[in-house]
Design a protein around this ligand. Sequence first.
Ligand code: SF4
Ligand code: SF4
Length: 393
Amino acid sequence: MGAERHSTVLTPDVGFVKGLIGSGADNLKRCYQCATCSVVCDLTPQDNPFPRKEMIMAQWGLKEALSKDPDIWLCHNCNDCTKYCPRGARPGDVIAALRKSAIAENAFPKFMGKLIGSPALTIIALAVPVVLFLIILSTGGYLQIPEGQVVFDKFFPIHYVDPIFITVATLVLVSFVVSVRKFWNRLNVEPYKLLAYGQFMPSFIETLKEIVAHAKFGKCGANKDRTTAHRLVLFGFIGLFITTNWAVFYLYVFSWASPYSIEADKIPSVFGGSQAMAAMAYGAFKIFGNVSALLLLIGGIMVISNRMKDRGFVSKTSSFDWTFAVIILLLVITGILSEMLRLSNLPIAYPMYFAHLVFVFYIIAYLPFSKLAHMVYRTTAITYSKMAKRDIM
Ligand code: SF4
Ligand code: SF4
């Protein structure tokens, strides 16, 4: 009797491969499995290292297997592998394309993943809040530029703004819960299946510490200088998140007791008559918000300039990433201009504020489907990997 033969049937997803190629992984098929990328990568575990295995899985179109792979989230896109790949296959870009695909694949509802994952449809995504806001304002009789002192509440009342964004934030939370649950269940299979869940909180806390400290970025070589930019963007977002929640809390819980005012015309001239300076300085949450916006602006500019720098190797920024970077900059710029124009009492502040709200809507409502979703998926995957003893610093 001859030896028993085992065979595995692979079912390649050709559409998946085409999608990766269209998302920046266009040199994917050049890979000849030399493993240089896995050798130079300082973030990969020694056992079953990435990104070489992901390269062959991606070439073969193994979408299902890749959707269960936590390693694509352990990669921090430093591109050391891309720099040293002898075939110019750009493994760093391939892993980035796999992350983009994973975000769309886990998205709930799915059509939103497709809409936001296609930069060509960005105009439609932006049109949604524009049309929604115009309908709401015209229904309430607010579709006009108000006379007199510039006060945003006269143009887009806070009792419209808050219900819109509270509803959107609730939907985003539901979407994330469903998506992350699906993602977690996908990860929890062999070869990294969890035996126990007891380590969740310690692993989660350790992950958060690493993310805040940017510990893994420090291990990167080719792209080391993007650490500062990424840190500024992250801290800017965290700061704005805190400011927004602080403002809502203040408005609805503490407004009766607070000595601060959020209306420009009630700000005392404590800086020699300069309303602009007084407004910037008056109210701790405003200062905090302005500093956070500044961090985001500087970080966003640094991210873009870093991506355009010549590093001696080619790495493509996908249009998905570019769209996100540009929207972030527009969000911050329209926010800063809205504030400055309002303080200068110029009516053009109103359309600027409208544009700002459109970008705020884009960032919040599409969070589970955009590049920003990587914050949640990466945190989940690293936590999972620590529990599965896959991610060990
Ligand atoms: S991606 Fe490049 S370095 Fe990595 S295995 Fe393929 S050819 Fe070698
Ligand atoms: S981009 Fe950096 S972290 Fe990611 S696989 Fe390549 S070398 Fe490793």
